[in-house]
Design a protein. Structure first.
Length: 487
């Protein structure tokens, strides 16, 4: 193990954030560069090398956490990187964006603050890039088989990299103008600078993966043409059908889905715009939805100079500490979370529901009317006499997603079966009802975490490889039926 007394001698320390007054003026990542390395060895040393490391169960990738904690404690960064990459294609993504269910399952977390697994992970991979330990893994021989991967989010990229390394000729199709999916256009720059995506793309290109941007399968290229051209297809198109809010006034100008608003801010950072077509500058902003996407909208609005930012959530305010009865260890608890965006200001309002919007004579939203709610038989019920209105000149809807996109014709053209939740059906090998067509990530699982997307991409790659060659040595960390370790 690392340090036998590490968890006794050292408390939990996390990365240092830049001052709010400084970071809201730019779009760089919020943490102080290099602040982890002076403390990370001791933090890794807090790992107890448990007889049964439940962190493995909390992480769908099955990351070998005690092993790379030990290497990080000893500052053997090369060995730590090798162990980290053994289960995770893109630890710089998960180390920045994953909510760390591994930490919720950490044995130390039973009665102490858990190991800072996420911080150790990102320290290892950042050091690996710095020292040149991340290199292309070019296959020794080609199989002669071709695979199309549709979608370039974390699931698609993981599947493509695994299949390329297995010797297949892989092309990734992305409907946007750049590779990365929601990593590129849904995650704000201050949470993950896009240079991390760019260098992974260059690694994958060097390995042999091809990329085709600006091509939407179903619209720009029919599914039949894709199937004729390739021996197999992996669909990693996400669950991008956003949940809407059908209340009076929804048609007013200034009310947008989060994924209409966030990508434009990222396009400014890419140099496509001088200023975003939709901006919070000088406006009273209301974000409907209390999850991570809502927090991304909050942080973006701060950086654009909003006059005020209010985030609404229909559910009650979560507890700050784990309830041992309703959310026992090692499950992933739903706790009150203060993200970097919330540290920067704004108001968070819980147990409220929007009743309608009110606009001006030009059709621009000006007010949001809401009411407090209480849950009766599991359903939110308005509380009489609690209605009020708040100023709202820009409203973003961040209420989650209801399934994969059906408007582009991809599902119908492939002839895929879809379940009641709008997810594409698949078997134990991640193969759809159409032989040779596989599905990975949110398109098959429904809205989920980045770590699940990568795990699904790796597992679907194994199923696809076995379909093409009759056998596969690629790892499959999850099954389609696996679910998070939650109550």
């Amino acid at each position: 193990m690392a340090d036998p007394k590490g968890f006794l001698n050292h408390g939990r320390e996390v990365a240092t954030s830049r001052p709010v007054s400084e970071r809201v003026k730019d779009w760089n990542e919020v943490y102080v560069p290099g602040s982890l390395l002076p403390i990370i060895s001791k933090q890794a040393g807090r790992c107890m090398d448990c007889g049964i490391p439940f962190c493995h169960n909390g992480c769908p990738l099955g990351n070998l956490i005690p092993e790379w904690n030990d290497y990080a404690y000893r500052e053997d960064w090369s060995a730590a990187s090798e162990r980290l990459h053994a289960t995770n294609n893109f630890p710089e993504f998960t180390g920045r964006l994953c909510p760390a269910p591994c930490e919720s399952a950490c044995v130390l977390g039973i009665n102490q603050p858990p190991v800072t697994i996420k911080n150790v992970e990102v320290s290892i991979i950042d050091k690996a890039w710095e020292t040149g330990d991340v290199a292309p893994q070019i296959p020794e021989r080609l199989s002669g088989k071709t695979v199309a991967v549709v979608g370039s989010g974390p699931a698609g990229l993981a599947a493509a990299q695994q299949l390329t390394r297995a010797g297949h000729t892989v092309a990734v199709y992305e409907r946007a103008d750049r590779i990365g999916g929601l990593l590129r256009y849904g995650i704000p720059e201050f949470k993950m600078e896009k240079r991390h995506i760019n260098r992974r793309i260059e690694q994958m290109r060097a390995e042999g993966t091809k990329f085709r941007t600006g091509v939407e399968i179903g619209r720009d290229m029919p599914a039949t043409a894709l199937r004729k051209r390739y021996d197999a297809v992996v669909l990693a198109v996400g669950a991008t059908t956003a949940r809407d809010l059908p209340v009076p006034g929804r048609e007013l100008k200034g009310i947008h889905q989060a994924m209409e608003y966030l990508p434009l801010a990222n396009k400014v950072q890419e140099g496509d715009y001088v200023a975003p077509p939709i901006t919070a500058e000088g406006k009273h902003v209301v974000v409907i939805g209390g999850g991570d996407t809502g927090a991304d909208c909050v942080g973006t609005a701060h950086r654009q100079g909003a006059a005020s930012v209010t985030q609404l959530e229909i559910m009650p305010r979560p507890n700050e500490d784990r309830d041992a009865v309703s959310q026992p260890w090692p499950t992933f608890p739903m706790l009150y979370k203060v993200t970097s965006a919330h540290e920067e200001g704004g108001e968070r309002v819980y147990s409220v529901s929007t009743t309608h919007f009110e606009g001006d004579e030009d059709g621009n939203v000006q007010w949001l009317h809401l009411t407090e709610v209480e849950f009766v038989d599991g359903r939110p019920t308005p509380k009489p006499g609690t209605g009020r209105r708040i100023p709202a000149q820009l409203v973003t809807l961040a209420m989650g997603f209801t399934g994969t996109d059906r408007d582009n014709g991809l599902v119908e053209q492939f002839g895929l079966e879809v379940d009641a939740r709008g997810n594409i059906d698949r078997d134990a090998d991640f193969q759809t009802s159409v032989p040779g067509v596989f599905v990975a990530g949110d398109a098959g699982r429904g809205q989920s975490l980045i770590v699940w997307a990568i795990a699904e991409g790796r597992s679907a790659a194994r199923g696809c490889d076995r379909h093409l060659t009759g056998a596969s040595e690629l790892p499959a960390p999850v099954r389609p039926t696996d679910r998070s370790l939650m109550v």
